[in-house]
Design a protein around this ligand. Structure first.
Ligand SMILES: Cc1cc2nc3c(=O)[nH]c(=O)nc-3n(C[C@H](O)[C@H](O)[C@H](O)COP(=O)(O)OP(=O)(O)OC[C@H]3O[C@@H](n4cnc5c(N)ncnc54)[C@H](O)[C@@H]3O)c2cc1C
Length: 368
């Protein structure tokens, strides 16, 4: 064991939007929470990865399907501007038909979101560790005692009753020995270019006129991560040399923009458009108007551990469900579920599911 740094009710590893939501949900329910992030900013892919579109919290037919923190953070993303909620979603008297014409989503400025995230996390009383990678879980039987951090002052143990893995690639769960599944990725990159039109978000590679790419890139080794960074920057260099037209690259992502790196197998993996008895959330399909998908509690927990939640884009969701659950509103929803669950019990086996569902209904995270 290394020196003990501190002990909290909940340690959340990963300060992406999933981790922020988990921390907020637990801290606002009176728990002592530490949020550990290896980068300099909160927000993960949404800020360091420059993914500046907060996808919809509606079903595309004009009905809002998730509230709670998913809605709060949508508004927070534009608190320091620019960006605007579509008019029908600002107007409390708008009809379902009017709302069906515009999805409840916003485009935000990552730097503004970073400033607002600092504020909301510190206001909630969360102990924040930035520039601090968690290097391994501290495992004892079916429980995690906490995580070991690579602090500036040396390795330190941060102990917890409940650990929430919000790393985006299930790194803590994987290192602890939970069964995991690897994901594959296309090559693409989002960055800001400066030119006559000012600063503009540009997207290259898959999904930007290039749909024919193989989805075969992995991100589970350091070499694969490095290669993704280098190849995506090559895309930008080629754009500048061939199509730049006076624009030049101004802000580059500081996180690899891999969509699906690794997820837990979970007690069970969520399927799209399914119903579950252990439903703890509902979410729409960001790609098209479609029936809502239910999020089962069993997709946020592992078979192996009794006090570990794995949330955000590394929860257990298979096939198309992973596509639906890896985006911003979904990861926030799963964070809120895990943070709330941690406030009810530090043992997943002893958690009262009906009580969790009631608390989530009270905050608007679980809409009927
Ligand atoms: C190219 C691309 C386009 C996308 N487009 C959209 C879009 O338009 N709209 C949308 O809503 N979503 C989009 N997404 C998806 C979405 O941005 C992310 O999946 C979502 O933000 C993930 O949130 P998260 O909190 O689960 O994980 P992440 O944002 O990955 O956060 C994980 C955090 O954990 C930290 N971390 C990891 N390991 C450790 C460790 N050991 N110790 C400490 N910290 C650690 C990381 O630094 C990171 O900050 C896109 C994704 C990609 C790649």
């Amino acid at each position: 064991m290394s020196d003990v740094l501190d002990k909290h009710d909940v340690v959340v590893v990963g300060g992406g939007l999933g981790g922020v939501a988990a921390g907020l949900a637990a801290a606002r329910r009176g728990l002592s929470v530490a949020l550990v992030e290896k980068g300099p900013y909160l927000g993960g892919l949404a800020t360091m990865g420059l993914i500046a579109i907060y996808l919809p919290i509606c079903d595309g037919y004009g009905r809002q399907v998730v509230g709670g923190l998913a809605e709060e953070l949508l508004h927070l993303s534009i608190k320091y501007g620019p960006g605007e909620v579509p008019k029908p979603w600002q107007d409390p008297d708008a009809t379902v038909e009017e709302r069906a014409k515009a999805r409840f989503r916003v485009t935000f400025n990552p730097a503004s979101f970073v400033l607002a995230l600092d504020e909301v996390v510190l206001d909630a009383g969360i102990t924040l560790y930035l520039e601090t990678p968690a290097v391994e879980p501290i495992v004892e039987g079916r429980r995690l005692q906490g995580v070991r951090l690579a602090c500036r002052e040396g390795y330190r143990d941060l102990l917890a009753e409940t650990v929430i893995d919000a790393t985006g690639d299930a790194q803590i769960a994987y290192l602890a020995g939970a069964e995991c599944v690897e994901g594959t990725n296309w090559l693409s990159t989002w960055f800001y270019a400066a030119g006559e039109e000012g600063l503009k978000l540009r997207r290259l590679g898959y999904g930007c006129g290039k749909w024919d790419q193989p989805r075969d890139l992995l991100g589970v080794t350091s070499q694969q991560m490095t290669s993704y960074h280098i190849e995506s920057r090559k895309l930008i260099r080629n754009w500048y040399l061939q199509d730049g037209n006076g624009s030049y690259p101004a802000i580059l992502p500081t996180m690899p923009q891999l969509r699906t790196i690794r997820r837990i197998a979970g007690v069970s993996a969520m399927e799209p458009e399914s119903s579950y008895e252990d439903v703890v959330g509902r979410i729409g399909d960001w790609r098209k108007p479609a029936p809502v998908s239910e999020v089962p509690f069993s997709s946020l927990v592992t078979r192996e551990f009794d006090n570990l939640y794995v949330i955000g884009r590394c929860m257990a969701a298979s096939g198309d469900a992973w596509e639906i659950m890896r985006v911003i509103p979904s990861v926030v929803l799963t964070g809120e579920i895990a943070g709330t669950a941690a406030s009810l019990s530090s043992s997943i086996e002893q958690l009262d599911l009906a009580s969790l569902q009631k608390h989530l209904r009270d905050t608007g995270a679980l809409l009927d």
